[in-house]
Write a protein that binds this ligand. Structure first.
Ligand code: BDR
Ligand code: CA
Length: 311
């Protein structure tokens, strides 16, 4: 299995991404989960990550708290999407498992130094603050990363927090810039992909029909998410963003895209956090990211439902 660190700000869709990884031990070995401030403040994301591990029955996974604010800006949160707790919808008990000792950034650094070079994949599902801080603090780890597979950005699909920016990149554009310029091989799941991964009524019912604790919890999470997205986007269901990352590790062939140059806007007030993706390769800037553009949504939801049934 592929060794990964999940860096996350749960978030209902983060929660489903974590559940999918934990349900897939043949393909994915979760070395640890690092929480970052994003959808809600750090205290809540660090708590929610543990709630999700306990829901899955995987209380041995170490969960670390990381950065509580972006590198150089005030934190922007998204309670309007995820609710006050960040995980509104299901009623889940407070976690009993403690946070692991130490800072998430040090866990990322120590893990990359301890494992064979090129064997650990980073999976950021929130703002890139923890990852960028680790790269700044310990530049020697950058070359040891196997790959970064992240959810963030948008191109044709434009923004969801401003007209041109996607939330994860917008919250900490300076961190995103460090990551996209790091030279590490990056796979990006932008809104262009995730807005095709819609939880329709039928797909939501399939989660509920699992008739397990996890199945009900996931259905309630996506129910909550749904209300907001139907109002806002008028789409048939809510986009299930972050699970695209963990699904890619299991079935990469569900996704297709282009290896292109992607740069982050950090200056302009108007387009701050925009992922300027050279989709048509109109510049000679070297490619730095595999920017996905399409998903086999039915295949993705079949995989997800099949795996959640294992928990
Ligand atoms: C991203 O922002 C968060 O609200 C979601 O969890 C996802 O990671 C989508 O823009
Ligand atoms: Ca997220």
């Amino acid at each position: 299995p592929r060794k990964i660190i999940i860096d996350t700000d749960p978030g209902q869709d983060d929660a489903v991404a974590i559940l999918l990884a934990l349900a897939s031990p043949e393909e994915i070995d979760v070395l640890g989960i690092t929480a970052v401030a994003g959808n809600v403040p750090l205290e809540l994301t660090a708590k929610n990550a543990r709630i999700v591990c306990e829901l899955a029955g995987h209380t041995h996974i170490p969960v670390y708290a990381g950065c509580d604010r972006p590198l150089s800006r005030a934190l922007v949160t998204a309670e309007h999407v995820h609710g006050k707790t960040g995980l509104d919808g299901p009623v889940l008990p407070d976690p009993e498992m403690p946070l692991a000792d130490g800072h998430a950034v040090d866990f990322i650094i120590d893990t990359l130094r301890a494992q064979e070079p090129g064997t650990v994949t980073l999976c950021p599902l929130g703002p890139l603050t923890n990852i960028a801080t680790a790269f700044q603090k310990a530049p020697d780890i950058v070359d040891r990363v196997q790959e970064i597979v992240l959810m963030g950005g948008a191109y044709f699909q434009v923004g969801n927090i401003t007209p041109t920016a996607e939330f994860n990149i917008y919250v900490d554009p300076e961190a995103a810039e460090i990551v996209f310029k790091s030279g590490v091989h990056i796979v990006v799941m932008p809104l262009d992909v995730t807005h095709d991964a819609l939880v329709t009524k039928h797909r939501n019912e399939a989660f509920r029909a699992l008739d397990s604790k996890v199945g009900h919890a996931v259905a309630e999470m996506t129910d909550f998410f749904e209300r907001f997205d139907m109002e806002k986007y008028g789409s048939e269901g809510a986009p299930l963003h972050d699970p695209c990352v963990t699904a890619y590790l299991i079935r990469p062939e569900l996704f297709s895209g282009r290896h292109i140059n992607v740069q982050i806007e950090t200056q302009s007030d108007l387009t701050l956090g925009m992922t300027v993706a050279d989709w048509w390769r109109v510049t000679d800037h070297l490619p730095n990211a595999m920017f996905m553009g399409e998903i086999d949504a039915d295949g993705f939801f079949d995989l997800l439902t099949e795996r959640l049934a294992r928990l």
